[in-house]
Design a protein around this ligand. Structure first.
Ligand code: NAP
Length: 279
């Protein structure tokens, strides 16, 4: 027999202890009010834009990346905008850094509702079969293993809230493998599978897992492509919307995926590329 779920099932068990800056004190009507987001690789580019947007939509955001100066700068910039953020160094490949990220989120915010895994690397432009074991390990460790390991560290705390949303950042290279980015292509395709797999595993815990699949977005990471004007013009001809993306083009989707409007969406990998590479 169908038994309606109680409202309690969908609400956090305990409201988070938020440290809010002054202008975000009236955030209760915002769609992510009283929520806490942990975001990796969030001091630049796509991760930074996501951090800003989730904070503008009411969440308290825990910023992180490898370099303290980048964390300090990102936190100061968003605080100046009146947003509620805190930060810590976290190299996602280091277990002790991931633990520190979890500790920071719990200490400052009392829990975690959202995890956005943006940190990703591509240390090599070259052939797949010419890639050393070290290159394979680095790319797979940072891009694929680290999001899963960080989520396993955060999971007990997300479960306590009774619901949650996770967004993994893949790449258009997962669908259209870029020549000379072989191992990176493979890692980003693995992330599509990780999204689907975790979505199934975590659905009974009311934690949704979706994937953001960016096309070419203008950031320091993609400079080598976007600043090569001839190549850039050629690439833009492939795009149905004839421009490169901006980090903000990705941020709204992530805010939506974290919001109650997406409460019945899980296991989706959503392309933000100005064209669609699939049916
Ligand atoms: P970005 O502007 O270069 O930013 C990368 C961010 O990640 C920085 O905050 C960097 O800060 C941090 N980071 C790098 N390695 C890290 C590590 N091991 N642990 C923790 N943080 C780390 O790059 P982006 O373009 O926004 O790329 C973000 C993600 O989007 C990546 O996963 C990338 O694969 C994906 N993506 C990008 C594009 C694009 O066209 N830009 C397209 C498809 C997918 P620190 O240096 O301080 O660590």
């Amino acid at each position: 027999m169908f038994r309606p779920l109680s409202l309690k099932t969908f609400l956090p068990l305990k409201p988070p202890l938020l440290m809010r800056s002054k202008s975000s004190g009236t955030n209760n009507r915002l769609k992510l009010a009283n929520k806490v987001a942990v975001i990796t690789g969030s001091t630049s580019g796509i991760g930074f834009a996501i951090s800003r947007r989730l904070a503008q939509d009411g969440a308290h955001v825990v910023i992180s990346s490898r370099k303290q100066t980048n964390v300090d700068h990102a936190v100061a910039t968003l605080k100046e905008e009146g947003l509620s953020v805190t930060g810590t160094v976290c190299h996602v490949g280091k277990a002790e850094d991931r633990e520190q990220l979890v500790t920071t989120a719990l200490k400052h915010c009392g829990g975690v509702d959202f995890l956005v895994c943006t940190a990703g690397v591509n240390p090599l432009v070259g052939s797949t079969l010419g890639s050393s074991e070290q290159i394979w390990d680095k790319i797979m460790n940072i891009n694929v293993k680290a999001p899963a390991l960080l989520l396993s560290q955060l999971l007990p705390h997300m479960e306590k809230r009774g619901q949650g949303s996770v967004v993994l950042v893949s790449s258009i290279a997962a669908y259209l493998p870029a020549i000379k980015l072989g191992v990176y292509n493979v890692s980003k395709t693995a992330l599509l599978a990780l999204t689907k797999t975790l979505a199934g595993e975590l659905a009974p815990k009311n934690i949704r897992v979706n994937g953001l699949v960016p096309g070419i977005i203008e950031t320091p990471f993609s400079k080598v492509l976007t600043e090569d004007t001839e190549y850039a013009e050629r690439l833009k001809r492939v795009y149905e919307i004839r421009r490169f993306g901006q980090p903000e083009d990705c941020a709204g989707l992530v805010s939506f995926l974290c919001s109650p409007d997406a409460s019945y969406i899980t296991g989706e990998n959503i392309v933000v590329a100005g064209f669609s590479p699939r049916m």
